[in-house]
Design a protein around this ligand. Structure first.
Ligand SMILES: O=c1ccn([C@@H]2O[C@H](COP(=O)(O)O)[C@@H](O)[C@H]2O)c(=O)[nH]1
Length: 268
């Protein structure tokens, strides 16, 4: 059957990813306007009517901007944990009871034969999570907006075939950049965003022969560039003794303004 996914948009201007498995179709986050999400759907031949629900990672606006509108328009259940629900309530508008799905972080949910699990991440939100998608032979993990790679996150995602992993910034570019010091301090903190270097360090510990591709996600437009991110991540891996050949492992692009091609998790 296979797990297929496309990262529709990634970055602080809006995040959304669609995952399909057999007859199941799920979106993680809806951080752009409904109009923009529908335009991105068109580019990947996705219909809002075929979605089974929206999984929320956390309540920041770049993850929930179009959440209420998409849920109402397509009658979609919203899945979020208790504290995230409480935190997003005011921003999301009226959602009927049957579309309010509350889970506890770490609970498993089966959508057909696709198992979805959430895991806690460290970010300055109410109860932020990442997600894993596993059908017993293929596994995809999505981990963005994390201040650091905790042991729990590492354990949750280490047996994945494909990762969508944050590589937000180059630390020096951020330090020298235009953001106010408080914002820089937040981004660099344990409840901020993962740097290129930190993503590479994490990958060097995660590499176990199974992970075939990692999509570098949530790149800062002010303090990063895809080529720089790829180079820094690879350097960070190699400086920790983690070398790979291009046919064994690939770093892949995500974009803030266009979707990634559909990818099958089980593809070599
Ligand atoms: O003026 C700003 C710009 C950004 N932020 C927040 O910082 C992080 C990183 O943003 P990037 O766009 O990836 O550089 C993100 O959480 C933004 O929301 C900010 O607070 N103020």
């Amino acid at each position: 059957m296979g797990i297929y996914f496309t990262v529709l948009s990634s970055g602080s201007t809006g995040n959304a990813t669609v995952i399909q498995h057999g007859g199941t179709s799920l979106m993680i986050d809806a951080g752009l306007s409904a109009k923009r999400l529908e335009a991105l759907f068109l580019e990947r031949e996705i219909s809002g009517t075929e979605l089974d629900g929206i999984l929320v990672t956390h309540e920041h606006s770049d993850h929930i901007k179009g959440l209420g509108a998409m849920s109402r328009k397509y009658n979609l259940p919203i899945y979020a944990n208790t504290n995230t629900w409480a935190a997003l309530e005011k921003s999301v508008g009226a959602i009927p009871e049957e579309n309010r799905r509350v889970f506890e972080t770490g609970e498993k949910h089966d959508f057909g034969s696709l198992r979805v699990e959430s895991f806690g991440i460290s970010h300055d939100a109410a109860e932020p999570v990442g997600y894993t998608f596993d059908d017993g032979s293929e596994k995809l993990s999505v981990a963005t907006d994390l201040g650091y790679m905790s042991d729990k996150v590492r354990d949750a995602i280490s047996d994945s075939d494909v990762l969508v992993l944050e590589a937000n910034h180059d630390v020096e570019l951020l330090r020298m950049g235009r953001y106010p010091w408080n914002t820089k301090r937040r981004i660099l903190s344990d409840i901020g965003h993962l740097s290129n270097e930190a993503a590479g360090a994490a990958l060097s510990e995660l590499m176990n022969g199974r992970i075939k591709r990692t999509y570098l996600a949530h790149l800062s437009r002010d303090h990063n560039m895809m080529d720089l991110a790829k180079m820094s991540v690879r350097d960070a891996m190699e400086s920790r003794g983690c070398f790979y050949r291009d046919h064994e492992f690939k770093l892949c692009d995500t974009y803030y303004d266009r979707p990634t091609p559909w990818d099958r998790v089980g593809e070599p």
